[in-house]
Design a protein around this ligand. Structure first.
Ligand SMILES: [Zn+2]
Ligand SMILES: [Zn+2]
Length: 141
């Protein structure tokens, strides 16, 4: 019953999760462009397709999509969670000034856990600081 919105996937995450209209709308929005959105932004966007959807339904669907490995969450500094439709391994940079989230490839160097003999399967690094744009305008408020 998938609508061809997600290539190469027969069912979501291969798990017992129904691909509901709500989930498809959320995924479609999150993957429409490489960006990160909070639940309120997702709610606003999905309401264009499903006007009756509530914010609590959005939260519930987001939690299920995370559990199924379809999306990832990024915790920004001020207790604000953003959602990422792309779960390929990448690091995030959260700019503390403009609050934008940037994607970066994961550093290829051997990590500290690996040096200690641990096997790293996945790493989610979140950097915090000032992005290059904000660095350039620093002090010119
Ligand atoms: Zn910035
Ligand atoms: Zn990302």
């Amino acid at each position: 019953m998938l609508l061809g919105m997600i290539p190469n996937k027969e069912n979501l995450g291969g798990k017992l999760m129904r691909a509901t209209k709500q989930k498809m709308a959320i995924l479609d929005f999150l993957r429409s462009k490489r960006a990160h959105y909070n639940a309120v932004q997702i709610h606003e966007a999905v309401q264009k397709q499903i006007p009756t959807i509530s914010l609590s339904t959005i939260y519930r669907n987001l939690a299920q999509l995370i559990e199924a490995g379809e999306i990832a969450s990024v915790e920004a500094s001020d207790k604000c969670v953003f959602y990422d439709g792309y779960t390929d391994e990448h690091s995030h940079f959260v700019c503390e000034r403009c609050k934008k989230i940037y994607d970066f490839p994961v550093a290829k160097a051997i990590s500290e856990p690996e040096k200690a003999g641990f096997t790293v399967k996945n790493q989610r690094v979140v950097y915090f600081g000032l992005c290059s744009e904000c660095n350039n305008t620093k002090g010119t408020k």
